[in-house]
Design a binder for this molecule. Structure first.
Ligand code: NCD
Length: 320
């Protein structure tokens, strides 16, 4: 896909609903092309030359932050990795003023992570008309580029016809923006079946369930599934007491070798990271032959290149 071919050139990527299914598929095609290109580290440095991208992360991140930085650099953009912790935010500067201050230096794009749902859209409302915001994970509602990289990983493993694909998402679905964006992406790609599994207190209490089967028995839910996406127990986003004890949680919801054998023989295992080894996933499964966890990480760079190119590459019909 080129920057001129997407039909919705909204300035921002706030959720996957900003994309049509067709644009989503073409983003995956473009990411795949980046992924397999032998000179991806040098070949595309002209695409965003002269553009400046700022990582503005109000919440911790390893994979997303690093991969957005690498993606922007591989496209030739100037990149500022803004450290909120050591910034004037500590002196009381508001988030909007922080954004406008950096924007005044000539930034074109902010990649924003925030702990609060709606914060990225609010900041987008404070930005100037030519500035693009990309949601890099917000609250528990959305993490669009994670949804894209999970879809790309599944497509690489299982082919581009999602209509027969059976995907199980397990664990702390209630607090998971990863699960919500994965479900959106899977619906847009026409996935055959999506099951969500976890203890009742961690199943969604909103409409993230629509179009998915909710199950509490992991052994029953995993039977015959093609892909199992495990989620971290997100204790920083949950009220105390939702999980009685870690031992109970492990017994009910850890993906271990025995449980994995109940899935389809060629089932694949995903996890967005960070992993709590020995809690939601056993180490031998996380590091085993069916695990695509590091492939997800590698795909993150390619997907973010495709997104930044779509949103920022100069287009003939856009006033520069
Ligand atoms: C996730 C996130 O921050 O939403 N991590 C990621 O982006 N790969 C998942 C998590 O924190 O559990």
């Amino acid at each position: 896909m080129t920057a001129t071919s997407g039909e919705r050139h909204a300035g921002h990527l706030l959720t996957l609903h900003d994309l049509t299914p067709d644009t989503l598929s073409r983003l995956l095609d473009r990411a795949q092309a980046f992924r397999v290109h032998p000179r991806v580290t040098t070949e595309f440095r002209g695409l965003l030359a002269g553009r400046a991208v700022c990582n503005l992360f109000f919440e911790a991140s390893t994979r997303t932050r690093t991969s957005f930085q690498l993606a922007a650099e591989r496209l030739g953009a100037d990149v500022i990795d803004f450290d909120v912790a050591t910034s004037s935010a500590g002196k009381g500067e508001s988030e909007a003023d922080t954004l406008r201050t950096i924007e005044a230096m000539g930034l074109h794009c902010f990649v924003v992570r925030h702990q609060r749902d709606g914060a990225v859209a609010e900041l987008a409302g404070c930005a100037g008309p030519g500035t693009t915001l990309v949601n890099a994970g917000e609250g528990r509602q959305s993490h669009p580029t994670q949804g894209l990289l999970d879809a790309l990983t599944l497509r690489q493993a299982k082919g581009s016809d999602f209509s027969r694909l059976r995907v199980l998402i397990v664990g702390d679905v209630r607090h998971s923006r990863v699960a919500r964006s994965a479900v959106q992406a899977l619906h847009m790609l026409g996935a055959g079946e999506i099951r969500l599994c976890g203890p009742d207190a961690l199943l969604p209490d909103d409409d993230a369930l629509v179009g998915c089967a909710a199950m509490q028995d992991f052994d029953a839910a995993i039977a015959g599934m093609d892909a199992v996406m495990m989620l971290r127990l997100q204790r920083e986003r949950m009220q105390d007491g939702l999980v009685a004890s870690l031992d109970d949680y492990r017994r009910g919801y850890q993906l271990d070798a025995r449980r994995l054998r109940l899935a389809a023989p060629d089932a694949v295992v995903l996890h967005p990271g960070p992993i709590n080894r020995g809690v939601e996933i056993a180490s031998d499964v996380a590091d085993g032959p069916q695990s695509l966890i590091l492939q997800q990480v590698a795909n993150g760079v390619a997907v973010r290149m495709a997104v930044l190119e779509m949103l920022l590459a100069p287009r003939a019909d856009r006033a520069e």
